[in-house]
Each structure stands twice: as structure tokens, then as C-alpha cells.
Design a protein around this ligand. Structure first.
Ligand code: SAH
Length: 244
């Protein structure tokens, strides 16, 4: 159908988004079908837009940056936390058919699953607390979290392959969030790279503290994550990931 593709000028030229697969995905996924009808005119402006329930579809530049950081291939298995409109999931599915996505709000999950199916995207959506990941399909080559938490949910780390990448905004408030790329290296050690200063809606906690989080193994991961993020806070080497 004629208007089922983005316009020709889309996506805009972002200096630090160079991955052809990512740019091709942006050029293909019809973002106007993922926003409420009243925002369709703005679908190809590089801005976040409301999708109801106090949630937003992310700014396209950030979607592109996060997707590029995952370095996906058509064989990659990816988990998304925070399905929202399904747009980010569609971008991922444009690159690999192995995409799972978790959404906390049942209404958004249902709408996104229908939309994705209707457009022919191979994405499985479930309702749940994404902080626990989706162990049944683990390990993943990439995990992408599209809502910000005060800390990286430790349960996600064991679900990442060695060499796998986690992209996640972390921050206590809307004004001090950092988008991190966390890599699980061979042997299981973690490293962190700064990607951008961002502003995401908060990752909601279904319960204040999950029983799973008291697990001593997860507490060890929590400590390791804190140490790694602290150490890399202002490290200039962080920039090398994208600006080399
Ligand atoms: N990726 C989405 C944007 C998501 S906005 C898109 O492309 O449209 C963040 C989403 O995360 C919201 O839909 C919110 O309901 C969801 N969310 C918040 N906390 C969550 C949690 N603990 N588990 C799963 N989803 C969560």
C-alpha cells in the first residue's frame, strides 16, 4: 500500500548512525502506524510521542542508536523490555526474526502484538515484568531496555550470551539518565560504555522488591554492575565505541 512506507527523506542523516542495516530498517518500518492517529503528522519528526497510558514511543534517533549498539545479525536472538507501541520491536525484527518483547501494561502489549502481526513482523510479545527477563528463550545476543531504571536489573545479565550486549538507560530521575552499552565478555566479565544522555519513561516495578532479587548470585551481579558503571562514568574510552 502506498502510504505503508515512510517518506523518501526518512530517516534523517545522523552523523553517528552509520550501520546500513539499521538505516534500512528505519527507512522501512512505517512509524506512522505505531503512533495514535492524532500524532500521525508528526510520525516522521525526530521526536518521542505519547502512546497513551503515560508512555511514549521513543525518539527515532535513540531507537537507531540503541539498535546499532546491539550489532545484530540475522541470526541474533534479541529481548526487548518495554514493548510500548511495538516500533522498536519492529525495527529489531527488520534485522532478525528472533525477537521477544515484554510489556508490563496488558493493553499496550495486546495492541502492539496485533499491530506487529498485522504488519507481518516476527515478534513474540508477553505481558510481564521485564526486569526478570524471559529465561525460556535465553541466552540472548542482545537485550534492549526501553524504560529507565535506577539500576540495571541483575536478572538480565545471566540471560545474556558471552559476547552479548545489553543497551539500557539508567538513572534515578528523568534528568540524569545515561544510556549504557553493557557487554558481557568471554569469561563473563562486564564492561560498560556511555552511549548518550537520555530521557526515558521509568521502568515500573510490579512489586517493590522481587523475591528473585534476594538471590545471592543476583546480588553479586548487582555489585559488579555498580562497580563497572561507576568506573566508566567519565571514561573517554567510552566514546570510542561510536566515534572511531
Ligand atoms: N519501545 C517502545 C517504547 C516504550 S516506552 C516503543 O518502541 O514504542 C516504555 C515501555 O516500557 C512502556 O510501554 C511501559 O509500559 C513499559 N514498561 C515499564 N516498566 C516495565 C517493566 N517492568 N516490564 C515491562 N515493560 C515495562
Amino acid at each position: 500500500m502506498k502510504d505503508e512506507r515512510p517518506p523518501k527523506h526518512w530517516p534523517p542523516a545522523w552523523p553517528d548512525v552509520t550501520d546500513k542495516k539499521v538505516l534500512e530498517a528505519l527507512a522501512t518500518v512505517p512509524r506512522h502506524l505505531f503512533v495514535p492517529p492524532e500524532y500521525r503528522e508528526d510520525a516522521y519528526a525526530d521526536i518521542a510521542l505519547p502512546i497513551g497510558y503515560g508512555q511514549t514511543i521513543s525518539q527515532p534517533y535513540i531507537v537507531a542508536l540503541m539498535t546499532q549498539a546491539l550489532r545484530l545479525t540475522p541470526e541474533s536472538k534479541v529481548l526487548e523490555v518495554g514493548t510500548g507501541s511495538g516500533y522498536q520491536a519492529a525495527i529489531l525484527a527488520q534485522i532478525t526474526p528472533h525477537v521477544w518483547s515484554i510489556e508490563a501494561l496488558p493493553e499496550l502489549a495486546r495492541a502492539a502484538q496485533e499491530r506487529l502481526r498485522g504488519l507481518g513482523y516476527s515478534v513474540e510479545v508477553k505481558v510481564g515484568d521485564g526486569r526478570l527477563g524471559w529465561p525460556e528463550h535465553a541466552p540472548y545476543d542482545g537485550i534492549i531496555v526501553t524504560a529507565a531504571a535506577a539500576e540495571v536489573p541483575p536478572a538480565l545479565i545471566p540471560q545474556l550470551k558471552e559476547g552479548g550486549r545489553l543497551v539500557i538507560p539508567v538513572g534515578e530521575s528523568a534528568w540524569d539518565q545515561v544510556l549504557w552499552l553493557i557487554e558481557k565478555q568471554t569469561g563473563g566479565r562486564l564492561s560498560a560504555h556511555w552511549l548518550a544522555d537520555v530521557r526515558f519513561v521509568p521502568l515500573v516495578a510490579a512489586s517493590p522488591r522481587l523475591a528473585e532479587e534476594e538471590d545471592p548470585a543476583l546480588n553479586a551481579i548487582r555489585q559488579e554492575l555498580r562497580r563497572v558503571l561507576q568506573r566508566h562514568w567519565w571514561s573517554p574510552s567510552s566514546y570510542e565505541v561510536f566515534y572511531r
